[in-house]
Design a protein around this ligand. Structure first.
Ligand SMILES: C[S@@+](CC[C@H](N)C(=O)[O-])C[C@H]1O[C@@H](n2cnc3c(N)ncnc32)[C@H](O)[C@@H]1O
Length: 273
């Protein structure tokens, strides 16, 4: 029996599912404590504390945080160039930036541009303001639009691993808001969970995806949600067809690369007309 079927079964037996959640939470807390102790021994390097890294990266080691940030920054820079942008003198927003895992590295790759970062996570944004204030301007946004940015503020908005976690209503609210704050011709570069990310899906989820092109999986909620993010932040899957057809109701989809991020998440580039 594979893991996804086991999880689906356990969900039908609430005490079992609750106990598994509690065990998982306790194991995570103990690994976090070890990482926090190591971090405290050398707090001066410019890396966010373990919990802030975990929230955006799902791992506690420092090396993979830096590697993944560098890799994704390359993907964003390459796709902006491929879309014909000359990356100089642009205003670029990392929407759902967390503590700047990608922004800190992208700013090094694309000097001569102005960077902003925004996220609901006030702790992550506080850390970024303190440590990356020379790289970009960071703001906290509310879970729902609008942001505080004026119409047509940005040449590029990129948002990595956000639409992979929001339900349909949130997605469309944010797609419309991002369109509002993009300049005409501006790009949204973002990611979805598609064909290469389906190994954890249950047969019922795969059926739903085949029919609707979209699945929103509500997994852990409440106090055993280890990332500490609000319950609306769960896991979402999209088909390419869904993205190309439905998202195009807000902005034309210019490019879709299956597995375009690390042969895992799909990469989507939309352009405001
Ligand atoms: C998987 S993390 C990715 C962070 C960052 N993009 C990166 O790749 O390092 C998802 C981020 O989305 C943020 N987030 C969730 N809902 C949001 C919303 N409505 N508006 C802005 N950020 C949100 C979370 O706080 C978290 O920092």
């Amino acid at each position: 029996m594979d893991r996804s079927t086991l999880v689906a079964l356990a969900k039908r037996i609430p005490p079992l599912y609750w106990t598994a959640g509690a065990v998982r939470y306790a194991q995570f807390r103990s690994r976090l404590k070890v990482a926090e102790n190591a971090y405290r021994l050398n707090p001066d390097r410019p890396l966010p504390p373990p919990m802030l890294r975990y929230r955006v990266h799902r791992a506690l080691d420092e090396a993979s945080y830096l590697e993944a940030g560098a890799y994704v920054a390359d993907v964003i820079a390459d796709n902006a160039r491929a879309a014909g942008l000359v990356p100089e003198g642009l205003r670029i927003l990392d929407f759902a930036s967390g503590p700047g895992r990608v922004l800190s590295q992208l700013a090094r790759r694309l000097p001569g541009n102005r960077f902003d970062g925004s996220d609901i996570d006030a702790e992550a944004i506080g850390w970024a303001r303190e440590h990356l204030g020379n790289v970009g301007t960071f703001s906290v946004n509310r879970p729902n639009p609008p942001t505080g940015y004026a119409d047509g503020s940005f040449d590029v908005v990129y948002s990595v691993s956000l639409f992979t976690h929001l339900d349909k209503d949130f997605q469309f609210q944010w797609l419309r808001e991002i369109k509002r704050i993009l300049k005409p011709g501006g790009l949204l570069i973002t990611t979805t969970h598609g064909k290469r990310c389906l190994d954890t899906c249950t047969p019922a989820e795969l059926d739903e995806l085949a029919v609707n092109g979209f699945v929103f999986r509500v997994d852990h909620t409440g106090r055993f949600k280890v990332d500490g993010l609000p319950d609306f932040y769960q896991t979402t899957f999209h088909t390419e067809e869904y993205v190309r057809n439905r998202w195009a109701e807000v902005m034309p989809v210019e490019r879709f690369v299956e597995g375009g991020v690390n042969n895992h998440q799909d990469l989507v580039v939309l352009r405001k007309a």
